[in-house]
Write a protein that binds this ligand. Structure first.
Ligand code: G
Ligand code: G
Ligand code: MN
Ligand code: NA
Length: 253
């Protein structure tokens, strides 16, 4: 109950912030997208990670408001980069499974884009694989978002229980291979084979394959050799704030 009140207070008082984690295009070496990760700057408990409060927000029905605030922060950060660099880096925003059963999500996303004069291609929505149960409302929401040009990525791919037929039903643009599969691929042919197969599955379904949790150069090189499209991980950087992203873009070739 206390966390509930604190979370409502946080949402009303701008205590939530976003950091950004780059995804690098493995063909060009340039920025593919930035994943927005929410943080709670709690007045007494310090910086809280989403695992410490997003499940609670879901349970008490605050996740819609949380999402709208994250979306506005993301688009505001993009407005700054647009002025600074003349382009709007694509940002991936995490969506709670529950939100997909609410058809209002489409209006929320389109209204936010319009308020910032941003094209639908400015956003990717990340949906965890565990959410991909067969639900017609959910599928309808995703289909409508994609009809409007907003991309959808399957997050934590490999850890959920979606079937190949569910993956093949064309509501997605990318698969993010969970970092539990990516870690250790260079020392273990079985692991390498699994990631190779995941990339092949993504490509057979005409989806981009994005590897999460890339922590060293040999892993990156192997992912390149396997034809993975993009990669994210501590090798490049930990998640950083919008100002640090600006400095990185300035330094990039
Ligand atoms: O940032 P960190 O690496 O601690 O992320 C932990 C988890 O929180 C990840 O699974 C991520 O997808 C999730 N997460 C981060 N930001 C958001 C958000 O804005 N909304 C939702 N629903 N989940 C988020
Ligand atoms: O959205 P998702 O559930 O995939 O969240 C990814 C989580 O993994 C976040 O907490 C993020 O900070 C973390 N993460 C991303 N890249 C790396 C990495 O290279 N190494 C480790 N240890 N964690 C990572
Ligand atoms: Mn994610
Ligand atoms: Na993930």
């Amino acid at each position: 109950l206390r966390l509930d009140a604190e979370l409502r207070h946080a949402l009303a008082n701008d205590e939530l912030t976003c950091v950004f984690h780059p995804e690098i295009d493995l063909t060009s070496g340039s920025l593919y997208a930035l994943e927005a990760l929410v943080r709670w700057q709690h007045p007494t408990r310090g910086l809280l990670s989403p695992d410490e409060f997003v499940p609670h927000a879901e349970a008490v029905g605050l996740v819609g408001i949380l999402f709208e605030q994250v979306l506005d922060q993301v688009l505001t950060a993009q407005d700054g980069w647009l002025i600074e660099f003349g382009w709007r880096p694509t940002v991936a925003v995490n969506v709670s499974p529950r939100q997909l059963t609410n058809s209002r999500l489409v209006q929320v996303v389109l209204a936010a884009l319009e308020a910032h004069g941003a094209p639908p291609s400015a956003l990717i929505l990340e949906v965890t694989e565990t959410a991909l149960v067969d639900d017609t409302v959910m599928t309808g929401t995703l289909a409508e978002l994609r009809r409007h040009g907003v991309a959808v990525a399957v997050d934590d791919f490999g850890t959920g229980y979606s079937s190949v037929s569910r993956l093949a039903d064309r509501h997605w643009d990318a698969l993010k291979i969970d970092r539990s599969f990516v870690a250790g691929i260079t020392g273990d042919p079985a692991r390498e084979g699994v990631v190779r197969a995941m990339i092949a599955l993504a490509h057979a379904l005409r989806l981009r394959a994005i590897a999460e949790g890339v922590e060293d150069e040999p892993t990156l090189q192997m992912l390149r050799d396997l034809g993975c499209d993009a990669a994210q991980g501590y090798l490049f950087t930990v998640p950083v704030d919008a100002a640090e992203i600006s400095r990185m873009i300035l330094k990039s070739p």
